[in-house]
Design a binder for this molecule. Sequence first.
Ligand code: SF4
Length: 222
Amino acid sequence: MYKINEMFETIQGEGVFTGVPAVFVRLQQCPVGCAWCDTKHTWDATPQDETTFDTVLEKVEDNPQWCSASAADVVQRYQAQGYTAKHIVITGGEPCIYNLHALTEAFEAIGCRCQIETSGTYPVQATENTWVTVSPKVAMKGKLPVIDSALLRANEIKHPVATMKDIDNLDELITRVDLPVSTEIALQPISQKQRATELCIEVCVKRNWRLSIQTHKYLSIA
Ligand code: SF4
């Protein structure tokens, strides 16, 4: 069973799939502990916050309420909502604390494509066709290391950047593993800070990497 914090249809705002209509499935719980996390309400799953899938679907603002659901339940709700987006973004929280094989298989069985957004601190358990976006979270409060198998499974490494130290951390990670040449590397300024954005642009141009901007934050959409 998965703990679901929210499910909604929108546009993917960042990374390779920027601009693609998508249904976001946000899973509850994350032990990583990033200081600047914008989904802190997903960190814990306390019993008193357990609710129904209907309540989760009706959410209009962020809160820690969650419901328990199987892969079949989630897909059935996706269909009942009448969503038209075929791109499914499984995010969190940290989605890879769950085995995502059943969920990604169930969505693929109805013709959807799945994308996982993960911190790279847990093994990725999903179908082969799932697009994996690793946004490595290095030296955070939870003290969880970014693991090699997650970096090697990544189709895209989208690195959050505030200062040059973050670029150094990324260099350390990508030199540690023999990344496939097909892995997309993108830098994403943290919290739309101007200095971070300038630094990302400078390094992306030098190294021929992508710049990932959180366009949904500029547009004020979910
Ligand atoms: S990994 Fe993601 S959900 Fe977890 S603390 Fe960091 S930013 Fe927040």
